[in-house]
Structure formats: structure tokens, C-alpha cells
Design a protein. Structure first.
Length: 149
């Protein structure tokens, strides 16, 4: 069981600052795709709107209702996502998942800001909330770039 010192480290001033200042907060009026993801364990919910042009994320909107860790992750993801391709977002998601679940390295730049969440590796019940935003971005990019049927 973790003690109070571990929780203080987990909810560091840097994490709380990121949670309080999430870029691209709010919904887009005319997104190319929108995705809502929810963590059944804690109830955190993130809705992501994207506009994609020339295979790159041009505009992003987020509605984030999550714990401080989920909010901080949404902040890091949003700060790095504009201009990213679908493949770059997939790589960032996969690297973040590996960092959390397999103690892998911090995701590559420009998503290396996820380093702030390394203390959460020990808190498996928080992983789903941390992954919500980047997973929603990947899914929305996939929908926005899928060929019309």
C-alpha cells in the first residue's frame, strides 16, 4: 500500500498545473470527427473533436471530465498534437501505454511531456484515465482520415 508521500509525489505541483491549464479546451463547431472515451473504472470521460488537413491534425477541441492525472495527460497530449499525423499519434499512444503498463521509456518528442506521469506507473487504476485523451485523438484521426464509403 502506498503512503502519503507517494500520493504527494503522484499529484505533484507540475501535474496539478497541467491539469489546470489544458490546451484546446472546448468543442469545435465543425469537426471532421468526434470521439468520446470513458473509463469505466473511475468514470473519467473525454470527448475529442478534430479537424484534419493533408493528413495532419489541424484543429483540436477537448471536453475533459477526468481526475487530475487524466486532465494532465489531456494537457500534455493536446500541447503536442497539433501538426501530428495519425501515425505519430498512434506511436505516442502506444509508447504511453508501454510506459504505464510495461515500465517502458517516456514517449518520443513532441510527446515527451508525458514524463510527468511516470509516478502513475504504480497506480494501475489510473492508467485508463491517463490514456483517454490520446486514445480518443487516435480514434478521431482514424475516423477523419478514413476513406468515404
Amino acid at each position: 500500500m502506498s503512503d502519503g508521500t507517494d500520493l504527494i509525489k503522484l499529484y505533484s505541483a507540475r501535474i496539478l498545473a497541467l491539469a489546470a491549464d489544458i490546451p484546446h479546451l472546448g468543442r469545435l463547431e465543425t469537426p471532421h470527427a468526434s470521439v468520446t472515451r470513458r473509463s469505466p473504472l473511475c468514470g473519467s470521460t473525454v470527448t475529442v473533436d478534430v479537424v484534419v488537413n493533408n493528413g495532419k491534425l489541424e484543429a483540436l477541441g477537448q471536453d475533459v471530465k477526468a481526475c487530475a492525472l487524466g486532465q494532465a495527460a489531456a494537457s500534455v497530449a493536446a500541447a503536442a498534437a497539433i501538426g501530428a499525423t495519425y501515425q505519430q499519434l498512434v506511436q505516442a499512444r502506444d509508447q504511453l501505454r508501454a510506459m504505464l503498463k510495461a515500465q517502458g521509456p517516456v514517449p518520443d518528442a513532441p510527446f515527451d511531456g508525458f514524463e510527468v506521469l511516470t509516478p502513475a506507473v504504480e497506480y494501475k487504476n489510473r492508467h485508463a484515465s491517463i490514456l483517454l485523451s490520446i486514445e480518443a485523438m487516435v480514434e478521431a484521426m482514424e475516423q477523419a482520415t478514413a476513406p468515404a464509403s
